[in-house]
Design a protein around this ligand. Structure first.
Ligand code: 3PG
Ligand code: MG
Length: 385
């Protein structure tokens, strides 16, 4: 897919450039009550674009959303920790307040777009993780000022659309996460491309139910059982777990001291028990299939890996992806966090900064943020590459 790049903009020297970033990073609260960035990948990934613009003499203002504050300022959605990290990595960039503090952002209000582009000559979109949102800061500025894709956005699109155009086979995709309803579209698209589709995470229980298994108290979407059954019948490529790690009555996720037995069972979960990870047999089977792949795409954890009792499936998959000799891509969000947690991120060819965005790009082949950049290039006569 062709997009205008930084080099295609008018000379940025002496110009004021607005850069949309996705600095929606995971934050936790430190022992002293301060907010701590858990993973700064999204900030580090924006540095090449910001540095290029500064090196070319631009006055650079970055902007981002953080969390879902619903149009009102709040302490947990304040970008202050991000601003501090950005100052360390690339001093000299101004960062606006959280875009979602303004109700006009999510509504794509033209008055908010006016505010964002006022006094600015150029716009760069480097917010791949938010490129699936038709929000003011993403689709608005490209219609008003000459606009281009930043380095991160361009690389993400190149890798993810390249992956689907001519993947080396065998192509193995691994999908997890809690909701199958969010992923039906991407499953259908992937089934046209992959040789094997491994399903784990909370969403596997709706598939297991469709195969006639009991699911106990596991996550399940009853209204999706028929859809999952249809996918299983149509897609010989789908592999679901044959064993599970389950938590017994009284157990609490994330709190081993609360009690509750942890057991390995087959594909059926007993009454009152909850499936929270794929079992060791399935993890080994998934790892074998990943080892032989020449292309791997992984999106979504295999279980509740934040709880050490249920991390094994996700860890085994993460290590298998890291060891695979083929081209390996990890979709953003939870699976990127898992890759970081298990120390394998630097052995993966591409760790995407976009979870929802990468799935939507795979499913639909385009995103609102990318369409806006192409329209901007056509309107302002910029080259694309
Ligand atoms: C994300 O983390 O998914 C992106 O930053 C987009 O955020 P959103 O899902 O709240 O729109
Ligand atoms: Mg999201």
């Amino acid at each position: 897919m062709k997009l205008p790049h930084l080099e295609d903009l008018p000379d940025p020297s002496g110009r004021r450039v607005l850069v949309r970033c996705d600095f929606n990073v995971p934050l936790s609260t430190g022992p002293d009550g301060s907010r701590v960035i858990e993973d700064d990948l999204r900030i580090r990934s924006a540095v090449p674009t910001l540095r290029w613009l500064l090196d070319h003499g631009a006055a650079v203002t970055a902007c981002s959303h953080l969390g879902r504050p619903k149009g009102a300022p709040g302490p947990t959605s304040d970008l202050a920790p991000v601003r501090a990290r950005l100052d360390e990595l690339v001093p000299g960039v101004t960062l606006l307040d959280n875009l979602r503090w303004n109700p006009g952002e999510e509504k794509n209000d033209p008055a908010f777009v006016d505010q964002l582009v006022a006094g600015r000559d150029l716009y760069v979109d480097d917010a791949f993780g938010a490129a699936h949102r038709a929000h003011a800061s993403i689709v608005g500025p490209p219609a008003r000022v000459p606009s281009a894709a930043g380095r991160l956005l361009a690389r993400e699109v190149e890798v993810l659309s390249g992956l689907l155009e001519a993947p080396a086979h065998p192509f193995v995709a691994i999908l997890g996460g809690s909701k199958v309803s969010d992923k039906l579209g991407v499953i259908r698209s992937l089934l046209e491309k992959v040789d094997t589709l491994l399903i784990g995470g909370g969403m596997c229980f709706t598939f297991l139910a469709a195969l006639g298994n009991t699911v106990g108290d596991s996550l399940v979407e009853p209204d999706q059982i028929a859809n999952c059954g249809e996918l299983l019948r149509s897609g010989a490529a789908i592999v679901v777990p044959t064993d599970l790690t389950v938590l017994g009555p009284g157990g609490v996720i994330g709190d081993p001291s609360a009690g509750g037995d942890v057991r390995q069972v087959g594909a059926s979960v007993p009454d009152g028990w909850k499936g929270l990870d794929i079992g060791p047999g399935s993890a080994a089977e998934f790892a074998d299939l990943i080892a032989d792949a020449r292309t791997v795409l992984w999106n979504g954890p295999m279980g509740v890996f934040e709880d050490p009792r249920f991390e094994a499936g996700t860890r085994t998959v993460a290590e298998a992806v890291a060891e695979c000799r083929g081209f390996t891509v990890v979709g953003g969000g939870d699976s990127a966090a898992a890759a970081a947690r298990f120390g394998v991120a630097d052995r993966i060819d591409h760790v995407s900064t976009g979870g929802g965005a990468s799935l939507e790009l795979i499913e639909l082949g385009d995103l609102p943020g990318l369409e806006a950049l192409r329209a901007s290039a056509a309107h302002f006569g910029l080259a694309t590459r």
